[in-house]
Design a protein around this ligand. Structure first.
Ligand code: ADP
Ligand code: MG
Length: 569
């Protein structure tokens, strides 16, 4: 084919791909525009995962009628006038790419009105071109309606995940901005259901309560940072709330990071927050935190990628130290020290090194490497063992025909239960326990989407749950294994681990989480009988040497090794 310049429509669609990756990207751009317009109320409505409809309505400044069409032209923006303006950027948008990109991959209607105008303006676009326009009455503000996203891009459409997954990405975007802007009243409506409303009264704690529920809100500590001066020019101010160590989570999804109230993806900041919790959290746990870092605009470059979520700091050291100190101070000042120590030492189950610390750059290679670091364990099923005692209330010491076994009681029990749960499930013989009174279970908007998707599968594992209002479920039965355990915590951990969007093997995940939460804990004193029973159950297991997470359940010292250790080999 000879070289020729691409048709503008093709160029627009190619470029749009950078900004609009999925429905949640559209929501993000439209919400950012509404915030830039100074709105105090923003309503987001989506249908079918955002593919058939996304509508964002705000009461912001509006677009003057003479400029509406221009707003949809590429690189048209009212937010910066020159390259130098980028140095003092205070708005979320600046590239003038969002509206044209969205219009290139969907059908878009805009209705907008400024305070000074008597009538609003209406504009409708298809394939990036205006198909109709006129005037339309409305109060000041803007409504952008996006329909049939990616209809002309079947490849993109195919790449999208299930409706529930796309909804969960959308809910995440909205909840993050609801946290960053507590003075704005957010409403999120997914398929006709109100999934989130924030009061918009300016108190972060109110947004936290709406997004994460009351239990988390009750355990939040406020950061009282006076700013941190680093050198003559740079200053960084940290604000927000952090969760007490008691409400830690099993993944980083509860870490919300903002720079000048822009939601960002920053390993550096996440690392700083986690460092501040050093020694206060159980291994493998992550904090709940909402952090906004205020920097003078020239200290940070947001013009790294069209989605504007990556940032570069001029001085990473200042930023890291400011965040780490502010968070640490909040934790130390406001949390009674003994409680922290109790939490920090309560759990001693071994965790693989890849979870032990948060490495700023952890490629998949380093994961593979750490997986092979596990101590060598025998490859066949266990011989009959004689129990000698318990060590540190966590390990069972046993003797076998060939030497000594140190068994991690939690990991070993997890393995036993995991096998049992999978077996019962495949035979449809799951033992369930009816609750005397159905319990209510509150979920975040994101968790609600995941729960909807997995409700049936959870039933197969013994959880019968039904919707009870927008964000609450009624739980009628739980697996017998969990009835006297913290099944609420388990469910939350599970929903969070499934919400990443990756399909993975959900059955495996559910079984693992149930096993983990039903198993005896490290630190629990066991009687001789209990230890004998546990080891007896472990003996016939097909893979007794690792727990379902792949961690070793035991360390074996053979007679030969023992002799060598004592210089007799
Ligand atoms: P950017 O946000 O980078 O300027 P966009 O394509 O998102 O680019 O928007 C283009 C312009 O349209 C904005 O600069 C702004 O002037 C106007 N605009 C878009 N959305 C809104 C809105 N909700 N309220 C007021 N003005 C808006
Ligand atoms: Mg914008």
């Amino acid at each position: 084919m000879p070289i020729k310049v691409l048709d503008p429509q093709v160029v627009a669609r190619i470029a749009a791909g950078e900004v609009v990756e999925r429905p949640a990207s559209v929501v993000k751009e439209l919400v950012e525009n509404a915030l830039d317009a100074g709105a105090s109320q923003i309503a987001i409505e989506v249908k079918s995962g955002g593919v058939s409809l996304i509508r964002v309505t705000d009461n912001g400044a509006g677009i003057p009628s003479g400029e509406v069409e221009l707003a949809f032209a590429r690189y048209a923006t009212s937010k910066v006038g020159s390259f130098e303006d980028l140095e003092s950027l205070s708005s979320l948008g600046f590239r003038g790419e969002a509206l044209p990109s969205i219009a290139a991959v969907a059908e878009v209607d805009a209705v907008t009105c400024t305070a000074g105008e008597t009538a609003g303006t209406y504009l409708s676009l298809k394939d990036g071109a205006v198909v109709s326009q006129g005037s339309r009455g409305r109060s000041p503000g803007t409504t952008i309606t996006v329909r049939n996203l990616f209809r002309k891009l079947p490849a993109r459409l195919k790449f999208l995940k299930s409706t529930a997954t796309e909804n969960s990405h959308i809910a995440r975007v909205v909840t993050q901005y609801a946290l960053a802007f507590p003075e704005v009243k957010f409403t999120l409506i997914i398929d006709g259901r109100i999934t989130l409303t924030t009061p918009g009264k300016g108190r972060l704690i109110d947004s936290v309560a709406q997004v994460y529920g009351l239990e988390v809100a009750r355990n939040m500590l406020t950061i009282k940072d006076r700013g941190w001066q680093g050198g003559a020019t740079a200053s960084a101010e940290v604000a927000g709330m952090v969760g007490s160590p008691a409400i830690s989570r099993s993944h980083r999804g509860y870490l919300s990071l903002f720079v000048n109230r822009r939601w960002v993806n920053s390993r550096l900041l996440a690392w700083a927050v986690e460092e501040a919790y050093h020694g206060l959290l159980m291994v493998g746990k992550h904090p709940v935190a909402i952090i906004n870092l205020s920097l003078s605009p020239e200290e940070v470059d947001v013009n790294i990628h069209p989605t504007k979520t990556e940032v570069k700091f001029r001085d990473e050291r200042i930023v890291f130290t400011a965040v780490q100190r502010a968070v640490r101070q909040a934790l130390i000042e406001l949390t009674p020290v003994p409680a922290i120590e109790e939490v920090a030492t309560a759990y001693t189950a071994p965790v693989p090194s890849r979870q032990a610390s948060w490495l700023p750059v952890a490629g998949s290679d380093s994961f593979a490497a750490s997986a092979t670091e596990a101590p060598p364990t025998p490859a066949v099923s266990l011989p009959v063992l004689r129990i000698l005692g318990q060590l540190m209330s966590s390990y069972i010491i046993a003797e076998g025909p060939d030497g000594l076994y140190l068994i991690d009681q939690h990991a070993a029990h997890e393995r036993i239960l995991f096998d049992r749960i999978k077996q019962q499930r495949s035979r449809r013989e799951v033992e369930v326990q009816g609750l005397l009174e159905p319990a209510t279970f509150e979920v975040s908007p994101q968790q609600a989407e995941v729960l909807k998707l997995h409700c049936e599968q959870l039933a197969e594992f013994g959880f019968s749950m039904e919707p009870f209002g927008a964000r609450t479920y009624l739980v009628r039965t739980v697996p017998v294994l969990l009835h006297d355990k913290d099944w609420v915590g388990m469910m939350r951990e599970l929903l969070d681990s499934l919400s990443g969007g990756d399909k993975g093997d959900w059955e495996e995940k559910i079984a693992i989480v149930i096993a983990c939460h039903s198993a005896v804990r490290a630190g629990q004193v066991l009687t001789d009988d209990e230890m004998r029973e546990l080891v007896r159950q472990l003996e016939p297991v097909a893979v007794p040497h690792t727990c379902p997470h792949g961690r070793p359940t035991m360390v074996h010292l053979s007679s030969a090794q023992l002799k060598r250790e004592f210089g007799r080999g």
